[in-house]
Design a protein around this ligand. Structure first.
Ligand code: FAD
Ligand code: 2HG
Ligand code: ZN
Length: 474
């Protein structure tokens, strides 16, 4: 797959793994933490959307920071390329090897080290699964500050490495704010301790930010300290049907004004995207069909107060015709069913065939403009051109599905989609990262001077380029 689709990528000058290397890894970790049977390695070589495939013959599963450090020190000395991997749910091909890089999986690094239920700070290893952490925190009246469709598989280390956004970023902010500290291992094996648990700590450069969103290219994140908000007593969720994108903008504006501090999520879905959930995933929509839909969630401490506000807001937007129909609930089962309509679109889209995925930030008034533009370009070739996503954060997910991959369709889409975004001063990667799929296009959203500084930092922190080669940097 990689060879056909990416003929311009050449293997770097790295060592080819031999028996001595494998013996060393087994000596270091024990035989059960070193996989080298091709069938055992298979799932670590293929990404979640099955777009990128590597040919690694070795997966290492360290349990501790010290083991990660020893692996990297050895790989650096022997010029062995390494691909860090968490839950392997990344959508830009960053989490799987391109050639034969050794996979370093954080699967076994899943200990919670501490929770302080007064400050709300959790300290845990990078391989903890997001949903497991959230469940654990619920016993203490706390929650994780991020939530995404991949929560059942993604690791917190992978979330931090990609600076994952998700469904409630509008309320709780991104991981640059919520990660108070972290520990990471540099390419040469040195352990960098930035594991502060303090909210305020201006002692020099904030080095943790170098690792947040660096997609495994600057170091391997081993431990994180995260600020967690209290779990809300009252949650309400509305699912709305609307006629036009203009109405979505009006509803979003009014939701911010009228719901204020209790607004915790504001998402949009177009008709073609909802069809994926109701069709391929066989989920039931609680309202009839409309061109657009919105999910509006409130989270607060007093249900009576929240319900009053939400009902007042809904009355307003329905009376003036901005919203045509809607349902609102605070029953956990019904809320779950509504969230599934939104969260399972990514999975359902794969049933269409091959999916060209774009994760774009645009100025809010232009948020949906990409969808009709792409429909005009490739509508005839596509099974579906659909847009959905985080309207509250100005981040749309444009998905173009086709029966199977065709290079001529790709040429119609790219670089047009990136030029379109750049002309509107948007971002070609709002939350998923650059990974292996987007590094050629980073310049559409980053200046030459910024890219040069990124390269200088990479050279300083990983002079032999062993960490996640072929990714992020052009
Ligand atoms: P992986 O996929 O394993 O890795 C991702 C990248 O991080 C790779 O470059 C990898 O090398 C690097 N990496 C992983 N662990 C470490 C580590 N410990 N140290 C250094 N580098 C590391 N993303 C969003 O932002 N918002 C969403 O709403 C969202 N929804 C999703 C829904 C679905 C159904 C799916 C499949 C994906 C979704 N994603 C979303 C994308 C993805 O889940 C996130 O990027 C997630 O944060 C990746 O975590 P992971 O553990 O699976 O990392
Ligand atoms: C989401 O918000 C994810 O559901 C995935 O970021 C988006 O599949 C996509 O394009
Ligand atoms: Zn998203």
């Amino acid at each position: 797959l990689t060879k056909d689709r990416y003929p311009d990528v050449k293997r770097g000058d790295y060592a080819v793994l031999n028996e001595n290397h494998l013996f060393h890894f087994v000596d270091l970790l024990g035989v059960e933490k070193v996989l080298n049977d091709p069938s055992d390695c298979e799932k670590y070589n293929i990404d979640w959307i099955k777009n990128v495939r590597g040919f690694s013959q070795c997966v290492l599963k360290p349990e501790s920071t010290e083991e990660v450090s020893q692996i990297l020190a050895y790989c650096n000395e022997h010029r062995i390329a390494v691909c860090p991997q968490g839950g392997n749910t990344g959508l830009v091909g960053g989490s799987v090897p391109v050639f034969d890089e050794v996979v370093l999986s954080t699967e076994l690094m899943n200990d919670v080290i501490s929770i302080d239920d007064t400050s709300g700070v959790i300290v845990c290893q990078a391989g903890c699964i997001l949903e497991a952490l959230d469940q654990f925190l619920s016993e203490k009246g706390l929650m994780m500050p991020l939530d995404l469709g991949a929560k059942g598989s993604c690791h917190i280390g992978g979330n931090v490495a990609t600076n994952a956004g998700g469904l409630r970023l509008l309320r709780y902010g991104n991981l640059h704010g919520n990660v108070l500290g972290l520990e990471a291992v540099k390419a040469d094996g040195e352990i960098v301790d930035c594991l502060s648990t303090l909210k305020k700590d201006n002692t020099g450069y904030h080095l943790k930010h170098l690792f947040i969103g660096s997609e495994g290219t600057l170091g391997i994140i081993t431990t994180v300290a995260i600020q967690c908000p209290p779990r809300p007593n009252a949650i309400n969720l509305a699912f709305l049907g609307l006629e036009s994108f203009e109405d979505i903008l009006t509803t979003f504006r009014k939701a911010k004004q009228e719901l204020g501090e209790i607004l915790s999520s504001c998402e949009m879905i177009d008709a073609k995207s909802l069809d994926v959930s109701t069709g391929h995933c066989q989920l039931k929509s609680p309202i009839k069909e409309f061109p657009f839909y919105m999910l509006i969630e409130t989270s607060g401490s007093n249900n009576k107060h929240d319900e009053e506000k939400l009902n007042h807001f809904l009355e307003n937007v329905m009376n003036d015709g901005t919203v045509l129909d809607g349902t609102v609930t605070n029953e956990p089962g019904k809320m779950r069913a509504i969230w599934e309509l939104r969260e399972r679109i990514t999975e359902g889209l794969l049933h269409d065939g091959y999916v060209f995925k774009y994760d774009i930030s645009l100025p809010i008034k232009d948020f949906y403009s990409l969808v009709p533009a792409m429909l005009e370009k490739v509508g005839k070739d596509a099974v579906r051109v659909s847009g959905y996503g985080h309207i509250g954060d100005g981040n749309i997910h444009l998905n173009i599905s086709v029966p199977e991959f065709r290079p001529d369709i790709l040429r119609k889409i790219e670089p047009y989609v990136y030029e379109f975004t750049s002309n509107l001063k948007g971002s070609v990667s709002a939350e998923h990262g650059i990974g292996f799929r987007k590094q050629k296009y980073i310049h559409y959203s980053k200046s030459e001077s910024a890219i040069k500084l990124m390269k200088d930092i990479k050279k300083m922190m990983d002079p032999n380029g062993i960490l996640n080669p072929y990714k992020v940097l052009p």
